[in-house]
Ligand binder design. Structure first.
Ligand code: ATP
Ligand code: MN
Length: 439
């Protein structure tokens, strides 16, 4: 063993650092790390036990964290951590909301057991449906992840639903998605991209087409409802629904819509008293909905628009190339006439003169519009729909994505990147405004 167990390098004040060093963590403390923007960081557990966002890390084994990743290593009983590489910052914190988070987990766990013990045809066999809400940078995605990993550690297979189209922790941005979580989430790799159920909105904010967003949320909820009906195990495990940080105006309405559509039974409100009190008031007549206020962790790192934009681009890159460049996407060429591209919403609007005074021209937001190949498609990320007919596009989930890399108007050929070679898994492609530029 490389570590003798006695001498421990002091962490010192917050700040960046390089070289190999050790950090001793007292019980219920965490080491908060922001990996440097240019190089990865290696880290391992030397003594004790520790977890990263709910997933226990194995002793002795080096884990490699990619540049820019922000995470915390938390210990319930004490641990010594060793780091190798540069960080933007790393510091230890002894004040965390972890006890309150794990208490929530304990309540959910008890409810899952109760659901499991109930007759499978009764309403009581439905486990908790948890929705995590709060302003931007309040730690929603992180709390969702912890709750899922803790549940998976105990053998449950909860369903993770991600409604945040701005980021995408299940698949690329621009989508809402769901996937069962069968194992604690890997601290480096994140959620395995196995077979998620994905619906494509095509924009990174629902505001571009709110009706489409609502329609997709409804579709996803219906499919999950059907899956739960046929699967006692996942029904008892319930779901954890992650939401976006848009909580004002239409954003607030969309939260209510999601709570309602998924029949959420537990609403966890992070980091905002006002939102908690509004939701509590609105939901007080629903007997079986608990609205719980939770503290935001001081470790949550705020991200500005530019950082978010970059994170989206990395996520799309990861889809095609893999986290460690371990995937090899294929460049394919198609004739213009081979592709059936649709977009949803917009389209020709009634001229203002044809409308009653004061009325705004409005286009049907869920109308399907065929798109012929044009210059604007360049660098767009399109979804490949499972739809068999165009009118099934909105109600169908998507198989994957392609990225338009070149359009030749002379030869009428379009070049695109796809995750694999061969025919696309569906005929219909959906476009939105999601673009990507290879860095
Ligand atoms: P958004 O509104 O953008 O969806 P969010 O509320 O989901 O944000 P998170 O994504 O959970 O917030 O957290 C923001 C960032 O802070 C993430 O990079 C996450 O890894 C990091 N983070 C969260 N908690 C901690 C912590 N305790 N220590 C260090 N980093 C943390
Ligand atoms: Mn989030």
């Amino acid at each position: 063993m490389a570590y003798g167990g006695t001498s421990v390098t002091p962490t010192g004040p917050p700040g960046s650092s390089t070289s190999i060093r050790q950090v001793k963590l007292d019980k219920e403390c965490e080491l908060r790390v922001e990996v440097s923007p240019d190089s990865p960081l290696r880290l391992r557990l030397l003594t004790g036990t520790a977890e990263i966002f709910g997933t226990e890390i194995a002793p002795e084994i080096w884990l490699t964290f990619p540049p820019r990743l922000k995470f915390a290593v938390f210990t319930w009983y004490g641990a010594t951590i060793e780091m190798d590489g540069t960080t933007e910052t790393d510091y230890t914190a002894d004040e965390t909301p972890m006890i309150s988070y794990v208490n929530v987990h304990a309540v959910l766990d008890a409810r899952r057991h109760r659901a499991k013990a109930s007759p499978s045809d009764s309403d009581a066999s439905q486990g908790p449906r948890v929705i995590v809400v709060g302003p931007t940078d309040s730690g929603k995605s992180t709390l969702s992840r912890m709750l899922l990993s803790w549940a998976a550690k105990q053998g449950w297979k909860p369903t993770f639903v991600d409604l945040d189209i701005g980021q995408g922790s299940i698949t690329i941005p621009g989508c809402i998605a769901a996937t069962p979580i069968e194992l604690p989430i890997d601290p480096v790799e994140g959620i395995p991209l196995d077979m998620p159920l994905v619906y494509f909105h095509g924009h990174v904010t629902p505001s571009v087409n709110v009706d489409l967003y609502k329609a997709l949320v409804k579709e996803l909820a219906q499919i999950l409802e059907r899956q739960f009906a046929g699967n006692v195990e996942s029904r008892a495990a319930g779901m954890v629904i992650n939401t976006m940080g848009w909580i004002e105006g239409v954003g607030y309405e969309l939260l209510l819509h999601a709570i309602d559509t998924f029949n959420a039974t537990v609403v966890l409100v992070l980091g905002q008293e006002k939102l908690w009190s509004m939701l509590r008031d609105v939901l007080k007549n629903k007997a079986n909905v608990d609205v719980v206020k939770l503290q935001k962790s001081g470790g949550v790192v705020s991200r500005n628009a530019k950082v978010r934009q970059k994170a989206r681009a990395y996520r799309i890159r990861e889809y095609f190339y893999g986290l460690a460049n371990d995937l090899s996407p294929h460049s394919n060429i198609a004739n213009f006439s081979d592709l059936c591209i649709y977009r949803v919403g917009g389209g020709p609007q009634a001229p203002r003169s044809a409308l009653p005074a004061g009325a705004e021209p409005a286009a049907d937001p869920t109308r399907l519009i065929p798109v012929s190949v044009n210059q604007d498609l360049l660098h767009l990320v399109l979804a490949v729909s499972f739809a068999k007919e165009p009118d099934e596009i909105i109600s169908s989930n998507v198989a994957g994505f392609i990225w338009i890399t070149d359009i030749n108007f002379e030869s009428k050929k379009i070049t695109y990147l796809a995750p694999s070679a061969g025919n696309l898994p569906g005929k219909y492609l959906i476009m939105g405004s999601l673009t990507w530029y290879e860095p």
